[in-house]
Design a protein around this ligand. Structure first.
Ligand code: S3P
Length: 179
């Protein structure tokens, strides 16, 4: 059992953080927040436009601010962006303020799930496989070191993943009394 005021989902693009998160949140009576959508609402613009105008560094700064704001609350299930773990400060806050679940997926599975994606700025390269492999090399150890629980989300259907994850969470996590 690991009590925490919130649950966060971390993991690479295409791992299912939003689709799984939304349904897990409703099962556990938590409010679901997708950090990227929250950032878009707060700024009134889109992630691709933020990347275009402010570069990745500008986006990361905004991403950290939004994460900090969300993690000060309680009772949330937060789906983070795939690069949120790049910042040591973000990793520390995630660990302090949430039960962190790493949704793990292979690059091959990512390529299938993201094959129709045109929105993610970091996927606009000519060699997606190489881009995703390079990201995985840097980020996978960070996901692992931040996670309270690792969950393989790639191969199974979403509904099967949700059933398994619900069962694991029932034994591994409970909300803080103050929720
Ligand atoms: C990013 C992942 C995206 C989004 C942005 C950058 C990343 O979120 O935050 O495009 O660095 O991996 P998803 O993981 O929800 O796709």
């Amino acid at each position: 059992m690991n009590p925490a005021p919130n649950i966060t989902l971390i993991g690479p693009m295409g791992a299912g953080k939003s689709s799984v998160g939304r349904r897990i949140a409703s099962r556990f009576g938590l409010r679901f927040v997708d950090a990227d959508r929250h950032l878009e609402q707060a700024t009134g613009t889109t992630i691709p436009v933020i990347f275009e105008c402010e570069g990745e560094a500008g986006f990361r700064k905004r991403e950290s601010e939004i994460l900090d704001e969300l993690l000060q609350q309680t009772g949330l299930l937060i789906a983070t962006g795939g690069g949120a773990v790049l910042s040591a400060e973000n990793r520390e806050k995630l660990s302090q303020r949430s039960f962190v679940i790493y949704l793990r997926i292979t690059v091959e599975e990512q390529l299938v799930r993201l094959s129709r994606d045109t929105q993610r700025p970091l996927l606009k390269s000519s060699d997606r496989k190489q881009t995703l492999e390079k990201m995985a090399e840097i980020r996978n150890p960070l996901y692992e070191q931040t996670a309270d629980m690792v969950f393989d989300s790639g191969s199974a259907s979403i509904s099967h993943a949700i059933r398994r994850l619900t069962a694991s969470l029932q034994v591994r996590w409970r909300p803080l009394e103050k929720l």
